[in-house]
Write a protein that binds this ligand. Structure first.
Ligand SMILES: NC(=O)C1=CN([C@@H]2O[C@H](COP(=O)(O)OP(=O)(O)OC[C@H]3O[C@@H](n4cnc5c(N)ncnc54)[C@H](OP(=O)(O)O)[C@@H]3O)[C@@H](O)[C@H]2O)C=CC1
Ligand SMILES: Nc1nc(=O)c2c([nH]1)NC[C@@H]1CN(c3ccc(C(=O)N[C@@H](CCC(=O)O)C(=O)O)cc3)C=[N+]21
Length: 296
């Protein structure tokens, strides 16, 4: 079998189009959603993401507020900024780019964000709501994965899902969403015994590990859907001296020969993450004003 390649870039563009249309309707009611992105330090990869978030926010008709702070910013100063953004009526969504420098306790900062403006869905209130099945702001990467799965498959009830990775930002919320879709969910991690055998049970296999090319074709059940969340920068001497490229956690060639459908890296889950950030900003803007949650 040769897998269908899931075009995350196209799906994200289509989602942004729908968001833009809804933002246009809100504008007639005098509402313009606003997203504040906070970047501490000069991590070059983070700078690229923050720039593309800001650009796409504006293209969707929303307001973008960028806050760039020096790498030696104190925890207290960052908490003060979050406090001001919480109080700012023009700001509907707040994203503090991770990772944060060592002198700052990230947990404390994420908990300081007003849960109604928590467009990353990382606040414990939103994590708790997701776990209990209550309406919440859902982390962007798992939300993007779920949208791709629904596009592909419609009803997911009864399917076997295996999520490799148990982080609070990807693995755990992904498993919670798949559970809510009535999948039978297994969460695998670094202590899992015989990971290849666990993965071979999966109709839906999500890799969120951070290890380039770890999942190989012999781990994949024929016809399965493989979602590759991994973003790993590796050296690429074939592109020239000192060049790098990004690869996923999935060995694309061997897995595509077995899977039914597979996301590439780049162009798979990554673009959906950013589009879902815009979707969450729109959702937050509506919910905060007592307007119905947009159906995107
Ligand atoms: N596409 C996108 O939009 C996004 C991509 N990412 C990417 O996704 C990947 C995962 O991110 P994140 O969840 O933050 O990473 P974390 O490092 O927080 O979590 C990694 C998880 O993988 C598990 N793991 C590590 N090694 C193995 C192994 N050998 N076998 C099985 N499991 C293993 C860890 O297990 P344990 O808990 O036991 O340590 C952990 O649960 C990264 O490549 C990251 O860059 C992240 C966010 C967004
Ligand atoms: N508070 C916070 N929220 C996040 O959501 C968050 C974060 N911090 N820190 C870093 C990770 C990583 N992340 C990505 C988003 C988009 C792509 C993406 O669009 N990737 C493109 C291209 C990437 C490239 O070419 O470099 C692709 O996969 O096609 C990747 C990774 C969000 N994260």
């Amino acid at each position: 079998m040769t897998a269908a390649i899931i075009d995350g870039k196209a799906a994200a563009a289509a989602l942004r189009q729908r968001i833009g249309a809804r933002v246009g309707e809100l504008a007639k009611q005098g509402v313009t959603p606003g997203l504040a992105v906070v970047l501490v330090g000069e991590n070059p990869a983070s700078q690229v993401y923050v720039r593309s978030k800001a650009k796409q926010t504006v293209e969707a008709g929303m307001r973008s507020f960028e806050h760039k702070l020096p790498a030696d910013t104190s925890e207290q100063d960052l908490l003060a900024l979050v406090g001001r953004l919480n109080a700012d009526e023009a700001v509907d969504g707040i994203l503090v780019q991770l990772p944060l420098p060592a002198q700052i306790n990230a947990e404390l900062v994420l908990e300081a964000i007003d849960p109604r403006k928590d467009v990353d869905g990382f606040h414990p209130v939103n994590a708790g709501r997701l776990a209990s099945g209550a309406p919440s702001l859902v982390p962007c990467t798992p939300l993007g994965c779920l949208m791709l799965l629904r596009d592909l498959k419609g009803d997911l009830a009864g399917l076997e899902a295996v999520v490799i990775g148990r982080s609070n930002i990807v693995g755990k919320p992904m498993a919670a969403l798949l559970t809510a879709e009535s999948c039978t969910v297994t969460i695998a991690h670094s202590k899992t015994r015989d990971l290849p055998a666990v993965c071979r049970r999966a109709d839906i296999l999500v890799a969120a590990v951070g290890r380039p090319g770890m999942v190989t074709g012999d781990w994949v059940k024929p016809g399965a859907i493989v979602l590759d969340v991994g973003i790993n920068r590796v050296s690429a001497p074939e592109l020239g001296e000192g060049k790098t490229r990004i690869v996923g956690d999935v060995d694309f060639a061997s897995c595509a020969a077995v899977a039914g459908a597979i996301t590439p890296v780049p162009g798979g889950v990554g673009p959906m993450t950013i589009a879902c950030l815009l979707a969450n900003t729109l959702t937050a803007a509506c919910m905060r004003r007592g307007l119905p949650k947009p159906v995107l």
